[in-house]
Design a protein around this ligand. Structure first.
Ligand code: UGA
Length: 439
């Protein structure tokens, strides 16, 4: 089967590469000529473990190709995925202009039956607009060509995207015709061999499933951050509480980690977009309003703890930031909590030296030359009054503590992800602040 994927961002590129990996002929299309030229040479726009190898292998195998021209990609294709961005508008709603533009272009170019699938995260009801955009383009050309619209939201996580795609927990597909269902069933068959289910449903439900899943996960995080903050006040240890509640299979142990707030390109955007969809229908999603509010406060938490420790004066003091990306194994800086923390420190007159194994190039775009980027985690800590652990990359998990202590101006640690043992650190002479186990 041949498929076309429009948009070579996270979702589009991973989808294209992984479909090619199981033998599908895939053409990836993007308007960004420079990005396409680089991809043609095997250079990826993002850091994602394992993706580079798959892209190059399938390119060499002739199953995966990249172009800027939709017209040359479409002949012979049976499925077109729309995987372009849906950036948040001013009111938080998802901006659909790129999705609808692609739908119009497909309508303007197609000459045989196609299943047109939205893979970008799009609000409930978008398929109706996609359908209208295709129909209008066909009408303008005076053409009658058969097609179906479908919704197939993606659930992959950055940093684990390839594995998530190749071994999905479930594949959700919204369709309203049997032939579209059969086509997508055929496409996804290689991924179902391990017993993972493909869930067919109506299109609106598929669109809603994506937002409801992300909003539920975000809710767990804000809930745990709230409970962690209370633990700190009453003298309970959130790590023990987390294990205690996570052992109940109805709750489950995943996604219960408190921290300095969720970031990335999905949770913040999708929670806002779902709240906005509610508003459009006259319904206030009160839980999600709170989820957002807790998250905004949580991103300030480490800074507040720092200010309290230094009696409000951090001016001209050097802070070492370990980790910049919104989570480990990615160079993605979108909505990264590190940005809020660093900007607050700089505004208060502090100096910041940061180290991240992958995201520093990306971070320059956001932070410019306002901070120093160190060559390694120890260099970042030289003469620092405190180390701030922001992103829990594996390399930060077991530092050489005596070496670190010797380098720093004072042995002080703010652990934004609760990865260190506070008792052990205090024994070694460090002052330790975590999330929820210290007030
Ligand atoms: C998220 C979802 O997990 C994916 O299923 C979904 O497909 C994706 O959004 C999307 O809509 O495209 P992602 O944003 O890549 O994936 O990252 P997550 O691993 O979910 O982490 C999100 C944020 O939550 C990070 O800032 C992370 O540090 C934070 N987090 C996660 C916590 O603070 N505590 C936890 O226990 C787990």
């Amino acid at each position: 089967m041949k498929v076309v994927i429009v948009g070579t961002g996270y979702v589009g590129l991973v989808t294209g590469a992984c479909l090619a990996e199981v033998g599908t002929e895939v053409v990836c299309v993007d308007v960004d000529a420079e990005k396409i030229a680089r991809l043609q040479n095997g250079i990826l726009p993002i850091y994602e473990p394992g993706l580079q190898e798959i892209v190059v292998r399938n390119q060499q195998g002739g199953r995966l190709s990249f172009t800027t021209r939709l017209a040359t990609a479409l002949p012979g294709a049976e499925v077109v995925f729309i995987a372009v961005g849906t950036p948040p508008g001013e009111d938080g709603s998802a901006d659909l202009q790129y999705v609808l533009q692609v739908a119009s272009e497909v309508g303007a170019l197609m000459d045989h039956y196609l299943v047109i699938v939205t893979k970008s995260t799009v609000p409930v009801g978008t398929a109706v607009h996609v359908n209208r955009a295709v129909k209008e383009s066909l009408y303008t050309r005076g053409m009658i060509v058969d097609y179906d619209v479908a919704s197939n939201p993606e659930f992959l996580k950055e940093g684990a995207a390839v594995n998530d795609f190749l071994k999905p927990d479930r594949i959700v597909v919204g369709v309203n015709t049997l032939r579209a269902r059969q086509k997508l069933e055929q496409l996804y068959r290689p991924f179902l061999l391990n017993g993972h289910p493909i869930l067919f449903m109506d299109i609106a439900s598929a669109e809603m499933t994506k937002y409801a899943a992300n909003a539920m996960l975000a809710t767990r995080i804000s809930y745990m951050n709230d409970i962690a903050n209370l633990c700190g006040l009453v003298g309970a240890d959130i790590n023990q509480v987390r294990k205690g509640i996570g052992s109940d299979p109805r709750i489950g142990k995943h996604f219960l980690y408190p921290g300095i707030g969720y970031g990335g390109s999905c949770f913040p955007k999708d929670v806002k977009a779902l709240i906005q969809t509610g508003r459009e229908y006259g319904y206030r999603l009160r839980i999600l309003d709170a989820v957002e509010a807790v998250n905004e406060d949580q991103k300030q938490l480490l800074f507040q703890k720092i200010l309290r420790h230094f009696d409000g004066n951090v001016s001209n003091k050097k802070f070492a930031v370990w980790g910049l990306s919104f989570k480990p194994n990615t160079d993605d800086m979108r909505e990264a909590p590190s940005l809020v923390l660093i900007r607050s420190l700089l505004d208060a007159g502090a100096m910041v030296s940061a180290y991240d194994p992958v995201a520093m190039k990306e971070a320059v775009i956001y932070l410019g030359s306002n901070i120093t980027f160190a060559d390694d985690m120890y260099q970042a800590a030289e003469d620092a009054v405190a180390v701030l652990l922001v992103t829990e990359w594996n390399m930060f998990r077991i530092p050489d503590w005596p070496r670190l202590k010797g380098l720093m101006r004072s042995p002080l640690l703010f652990d934004g992800r609760n990865i260190y043992d506070d008792v052990e650190l205090v024994k070694m002479g460090f002052t330790y602040y975590g999330i929820g186990n210290t007030a």
